[in-house]
Design a protein around this ligand. Structure first.
Ligand code: PLP
Length: 386
């Protein structure tokens, strides 16, 4: 019964999700219909932002933030090196340069210190955006990053696909990721491994009506319509894209969003079970460090493994786990070491990112895991490392 393969993450799709999609397929509008706005409204209410703009992927969401913020050639974006490729690619899409920030070696996150280091390296250049990533669901110290971004004259864009439901506590305040309390915009993804799934899909949240307007324009060809004008008329001041999210996917998103409290409770319970079960494996295996104030809903159960002390390579551990039905993944290869960025920016030494990459491994974590699965993963990992 416990012998099925456990991937590192997977979607939870139930009969009512399927029924919601089927109902959308019977509707009049498969795209640009009323379900888009319904999903946006429900989403912004959940995260506590004034505006939400749905789009076709988390990558499209990032690209739209660059377009909405007017970032272009000659501008610099600061991106942590430990993230998915898309966080840096969005700057390249608009012709901007990327200066990679290092990360804390034990949390994998951009910190005030690593951002200050990147700003130092970018001195004399036009830094227009800083894109912190709430890696695995733990939340960056946004108030501290906001101070530095403001001094630099840069907008803060939170790349938050891992952190739907996560919060950050500072003083008496509790910020919900996506409420944009300290940032201009936040981006989300609904790829199947993320907290809720729409197949492909994304969202940008903001409290700024002007940004929301520009995000919507960028999403649909750069078209604008004037209320009261001839019904066929539209205008384009600048080319946009087709980054729309169809009603079919929004119907799935709405259905999934209604389950978010249950998904959150399940992820929190599984993460707590992991922390208890992993404790005896220290110091060879430790969960990623929790930054002060972070109240995460973990998207990834990332552990740091001292492979040298265990006398095993990561490849040996990954292969041995897979042979026993347990999936794992590396989040992430430092983006600054990718051939494209190395050719563009030259070689760069980021010791925190390297130390993180050398040790990180993400273990299975998703709501449909059975209670016994955590024990099975940890026992197998202990066995493989012994
Ligand atoms: C998943 C992800 C993206 C991209 O989202 P897609 O929907 O796959 O395009 C961007 N950034 C981070 C941190 C992600 O995890």
């Amino acid at each position: 019964m416990t012998e099925g393969f456990l991937p590192y993450g997977r979607q939870t799709i139930e009969d009512d999700d399927i029924a919601a999609v089927a109902a959308a397929l019977r509707g009049d509008l498969l795209t640009t219909g009323p379900t888009v706005e319904a999903f946006e409204t429900a989403f912004r209410e959940v995260v506590g932002a004034r505006h939400a703009v749905a789009c076709s992927s988390g990558t499209a969401a990032l690209h739209m933030t660059m377009l909405a913020a007017g970032i272009g050639p000659g501008d610099v974006c600061i991106v942590p090196s430990i993230t998915f490729l898309a966080t840096a690619n969005c700057a390249a899409y608009v012709g901007a340069d990327v200066v990679f920030a290092d990360v804390d070696r034990d949390s994998g996150l951009m910190t005030a210190e690593t951002l200050a280091g990147a700003l130092d390296r970018a001195k004399g250049r036009r830094v227009r955006a800083v894109l912190p990533v709430h890696l695995r669901g733990d939340v960056c110290d946004m108030p501290a990053l906001a101070v530095l971004a403001r001094e630099a004259g840069a907008v803060l864009v939170e790349d938050a696909p891992h952190a739907l439901g996560s919060c950050f506590v500072h003083g008496n305040e509790l910020d919900q990721v996506g409420d944009c309390a300290h940032s201009a915009m936040s981006t989300f993804s609904f790829h199947p491994v993320k907290t809720i799934a729409t197949g492909e899909g994304g969202m940008v949240t903001t409290n700024d009506a002007g940004l929301a307007e520009r995000l919507r324009r960028a999403r649909s060809h750069g078209m604008t319509r004037t209320p009261g004008a001839d019904p066929w008329l539209y205008e384009m001041a600048e080319p946009g894209f087709n980054y729309r999210l169809p009603d079919i996917n929004c119907a799935l998103g709405l259905s999934q969003l209604a389950k978010l409290p249950r998904f959150i409770a399940r992820r929190r319970a599984l993460a707590a079970a992991y922390e208890t079960a992993l404790a005896p494996l220290a110091p060879i295996v430790r969960p990623a460090a929790r930054p002060e104030g972070s109240r995460p809903v973990l998207h990834l159960m990332t552990v740091l493994i001292d492979f040298a002390a265990a006398g095993k390579s990561r490849r040996q551990v990954v292969d041995a786990l897979a042979a026993r039905g347990i999936g794992s993944q590396v989040h992430y290869i430092p983006v600054h070491t990718q051939p494209y960025w190395r050719a563009r920016n030259g070689a760069l030494d980021l010791p925190g990112a390297q130390a993180w990459y050398d040790r990180c491994l993400s273990l299975p974590l998703y709501p449909a895991m059975a209670d016994g699965d955590v024990a099975r993963v940890v026992e197998t990992l202990a066995d493989v490392l012994a």
